[in-house]
Design a protein around this ligand. Structure first.
Ligand code: ADP
Ligand code: MG
Length: 400
């Protein structure tokens, strides 16, 4: 689960990390009130969307030379003008995709005198099963580009969870950022604060880009992006409240209501599969035959007819989907239950794209009979290879 910058900063502040003063705003009036509570004379109006690259982003509705989604305002009037230009408008950044994201919230923050911008992020390193720090002197820019062009400018090290964060980790952060004296002490302290925040709130990722040194010699987290481990959210009801559904994929929200493991993807072939491994294999084989999956969907082990029907409806509601592949290996999951769910959903919402079904395992004969007797235009397949080829071919024919 992702949250907004202003929410991330509030969490970091609770753990003692240095952030600028600021307030969220949903309207132009709120933005003005928020700005008036800040010392000035420079205010920063920041679009709150779940995507980075806002500063360099462009608003769809504004002329191409208009400023981006993060702007420095030199007066309260300017804050109001910028807020008006941003709210309700669509911001396109390198991370939103061409469709962009509508800006519904702003964060009005105290302007800061930046001396230097750094990069700091933390994540769970799967190889070492530890929380890792990634730090670089090259802040404020695209870290993937830095990693590609100048990998020596990125330092990475992990923390043993048995000892937790220690003084030497803090020193490693300060050293990697080339800091000395008092500001190095601040970096050491920050490393511990961020580590504690990360572990105690079950984050999956924390990115501070940029972390800055101010002209006044202070270290500050000027941007903050947090992603929580969804599997740990049950431990944090207070964090769940920060979820902003308007930022999430509607299909994914619907899927979560039915406890389906669903991820929307870019392709055209909708997949309904049981078991994450089989779902991955199905996606791979679709790719092998030259098409791309529209989603990852694991309906789970003991899914009911209702759950299968919900999954099927989510797939058919996606305008990108040009064909559907149902690939079920019945174990605990019975093929007849899947067939009933698919047939019920297809009857209810109609079936406008080709559907290929491959069933195998428990009650497979009964499942096939239900589908055959449904009168629906379903192509059956005998194995995964056959199924993938059939659906790719069927969608090609439709497109032609
Ligand atoms: P994004 O990464 O989405 O573009 P950031 O929050 O990193 O958004 O802001 C982009 C840039 O704007 C920063 O790299 C920094 O130079 C500047 N900036 C952001 N917040 C402030 C602030 N409070 N004071 C001064 N400059 C800021
Ligand atoms: Mg940033």
């Amino acid at each position: 689960m992702n949250i907004h910058e202003y929410q991330s900063k509030a969490i970091l502040k609770n753990f003692g990390a240095p952030v600028s003063e600021g307030r969220p705003a949903l309207t132009v009036e709120e933005a003005v009130i928020a700005a008036k509570m800040l010392p000035g004379p420079v205010y920063v109006v920041k679009s709150q969307i779940h995507a980075g690259g806002r500063g360099k982003g462009k608003f769809k509705e504004l002329p191409a030379n208009a400023k981006g989604g993060v702007r420095l305002a030199k007066s309260i009037d300017e804050v109001a003008a910028y807020a008006r230009e941003m709210l309700g408008h669509t911001l396109v950044t390198a991370q939103t995709g061409p469709a962009g994201k509508q800006v519904n919230r702003l964060y009005i923050e105290d302007g800061c005198d930046i001396e230097k911008e750094f990069y700091l992020s933390m994540l769970v390193d799967r190889e070492t099963s530890r929380v890792a720090f990634v730090v670089s002197t090259e802040g404020g820019m695209d870290i993937e580009k830095v990693a590609h062009d100048t990998p020596d400018k990125i330092a990475t090290f992990s923390v043993d969870s048995a000892t937790g964060v220690m003084a030497h980790h803090g020193r490693a952060v300060a050293r990697a950022l080339g800091l000395k004296g008092d500001i190095a002490r601040q970096a050491e302290k920050l490393a511990a604060q961020l580590y504690n925040a990360f572990v105690r709130t079950d984050m999956a990722m924390l990115e501070i880009n940029p972390l800055v040194a101010t002209k006044q010699g202070e270290l500050k987290c000027l941007d903050a992006k947090i992603s929580f481990d969804s599997n740990a959210l049950y431990r944090h009801p207070d964090l769940v409240k920060l979820r902003d559904l308007t930022e999430e994929d509607q299909k994914e929200i619907e899927a979560s209501k039915y406890d389906l493991n669903y991820i929307a993807l870019e392709g055209t072939i909708g997949c309904m599969v049981n078991g994450a491994g089989l779902a991955m294999a199905t996606m791979d084989i679709i790719k092998l035959y030259g098409a791309t999956p529209a989603n990852f969907l694991d309906v789970g082990g003991g899914a009911t007819k209702e759950k299968v029907a919900a999954a099927f409806k989510i797939i058919t509601s996606d305008p990108q989907v040009k064909g559907i592949l149902v690939n079920i290996f019945g174990g605990i999951m019975r093929c007849d239950v899947v067939a009933e769910g698919v047939v019920a959903a297809a009857r209810e919402v109609g079936l406008t794209v080709p559907l290929v079904v491959r069933l195998e395992g428990t009650n497979v004969e009964l499942g096939k009979k239900i589908i055959k007797g449904s009168g629906l235009n379903v192509v059956s397949a005998d194995n995964l290879d056959d199924a993938a080829q059939k659906i790719v071919k069927a969608t090609r024919k439709e497109a032609a």
